[in-house]
Design a protein around this ligand. Sequence first.
Ligand code: LMR
Length: 401
Amino acid sequence: MFDDVPLLPPDPILGLLSRFRADPRTDKIDLGVGVYQDEEGRTPVMRAVQEAESRLLLTQTTKTYQGIAGDPEFNERMLAMLLGPEHPALRDGRVRGVQTPGGCGALRIGAEVIRRARPAARVWVSSPTWANHMPLIGGSGLELVEYPYYDPVTRGVDFDAMMSALANVPAGDVVLLHGCCHNPTGADLDLAQWRELTALTLSTGFTPYIDTAYQGLADGVEEDVAGLRHMMAAVPECVLAASCSKNFGIYRERAGGVYFLARNTERADAVLSNAMAAARQIYSMPPAHGAAVVSGILGDAALRADWLQELGEVRARINAMRELLATRLAGNAAGTDFGFVRRQKGMFSFLGITPAQVTRLREEFGVYMLDSTRINVAGITPRNIEPLAAALHAVLAGSRA
Ligand code: LMR
């Protein structure tokens, strides 16, 4: 049976995390996997999460099966957070969806439903996109193709190239968009660009598939989803995948959801039945705990306010580290202007250094980032910024430590 099974290479992101953990150096710096770290380099349990978990322990009376779609209250509260409670798509009853095991589960169920609806649909993904989009979505059998997105010269979105390419996407194909905090580049569309893209969607007829894993980590919980809310108020159909891993800091609890906007309530019900059938075929029902915590926070005014407060602190810390890194890299020997780090959004930025420099940073200085040069800005702390900046200056100068 297993004689010819090949040994696969480690996952590009989680494999790097294993390498980091195995590195015995105590002064190593983790800018790899997209996990928030506080000033002390810890990934804390958020205050509201801790409180919601305590309440859950005291009040939970059963561990019996949930429904395939998970907790209806969680789905309702997630949609209100994502779209705003007064969103026209919700008012018209055109959105249905399921709670999923994290954002990955959401993306996969979304892809499974698209494949059931239209097996020949191609999914257009930004170049570059999150490394796991390809196996997650492609694993459902759908074909993936790339559209231009990031301009390494301006370090921002090449919006003209993106729009020109998407203008040729046929109706029936799907375009994957990052709701905010583009992973891996940190280069986001602004609201005016979301509006233009929405108009293009309406004229060409492709279906948007929006992955939103970082709501609240760029400018604010409401601000970060203004673009997708606009789009979903205008288009007839859309898929929205959401993760609670980052904004609630519950990475290991695997809570997320995938929501489908359909032309009318009857189509929405049909799509939901397919999402539930797909979930049943893969994992039957999502794990309950993380979603119960999120639902508990979103449904309680005081817990919600505290969560928003702490999320604001997380955001402010990331932005302060962006500022610090850009400042500390000024005047580097390579003459690179790292001011773009200030403009980019969310956890990630692309440093745009060479693969040899990435390797040297890891091997010589214990600084871990993805081979693509993506850094997790949330891995920078006031404590590691000096050695980090020194290491970056050294590799940029091409000198030995
Ligand atoms: C990341 O991009 O680092 C995170 O989304 C974690 C992951 O699963 O890859």
